[in-house]
Ligand binder design. Structure first.
Ligand code: G3P
Length: 217
């Protein structure tokens, strides 16, 4: 499973890039707003840090405007994937832009039926939100499983990106049910490293070595 970082924060991206485990980035209008820098500029900076798919979301809501905005966003960098919401106009914009060779991430997907529409509209990526379904007492991971089954049944090439992942458990479960991509906040990526037995084991290895060769400080 590819790991994307769900952030527009450059410090977080630089730190994670150094680990060499980040395949791409997703952003949304809330994440861009948090950084206080206009989308064109911030996306260009992100593209300089991470060499992978970088999702940039439109803020217009009519198909015509989304198509115009999408064309502009796609021109920022060859790695930009234009993100549109899963509404009627978003699906129309996806159909039109994908025919022009622009890659689309259809976001705010909350049902298998919606995901089917995204695939039929030629989406490069569909983004079902796991955590937000969990928030309303529905099993978000079942949506990922259902979409991967449907796409598999018919050979759709649209990649399933598990979004709104809130914990390392979510990440592991998304990988288990066959998501193509998982996008996560920096905090969750950082948490994925942690295991008390790793820390304990390392402590013992170093102590034993130091004891044997009297290199303890
Ligand atoms: O990838 C979508 C993500 O930004 C939403 O996450 O935690 O706000 O539901 P969350």
């Amino acid at each position: 499973m590819k790991i994307f970082l769900d952030t527009a924060n450059l410090d977080e991206l630089k730190k994670a890039a150094a680990w060499g485990v980040v395949d791409g980035v997703t952003t949304n209008p809330s994440l861009i707003a948090k950084e206080g820098i206009k989308i064109e500029e911030q996306i260009a900076r992100i593209c300089d840090i991470i060499d992978g798919d970088i999702s940039a979301e439109v803020i217009s809501t009519t198909a015509k405007e989304m198509v115009e905005e999408g064309r502009k966003l796609a021109k920022i960098h060859k790695n930009v994937v234009v993100k549109v919401p899963l509404i009627r106009d978003g699906i129309q914009a996806c159909s039109e832009l994908s025919k022009e060779g622009i890659r689309l991430n259809v976001t705010l997907c909350f049902s298998p039926a919606q995901a089917l529409l995204a695939a039929k509209a030629g989406a490069y990526i569909v983004s079902p939100f796991v955590g937000r379904l969990d928030d309303i007492a529905q099993l978000g991971m079942e949506l990922i499983e259902s979409i991967t089954t449907i796409y598999g049944n018919y050979g759709y090439t649209t990649q399933v990106l598990a979004a709104s992942l809130r914990s390392p458990l979510h990440v592991a479960q998304a990988a288990e049910v066959g998501a193509d991509i998982g996008t996560l906040p920096f905090k969750v990526l950082d948490q994925m490293f942690n295991h008390p037995l790793t820390d304990k084991g390392l402590e013992i290895f170093l102590k034993d070595y130091a004891k044997a060769f009297e290199t303890s400080k």
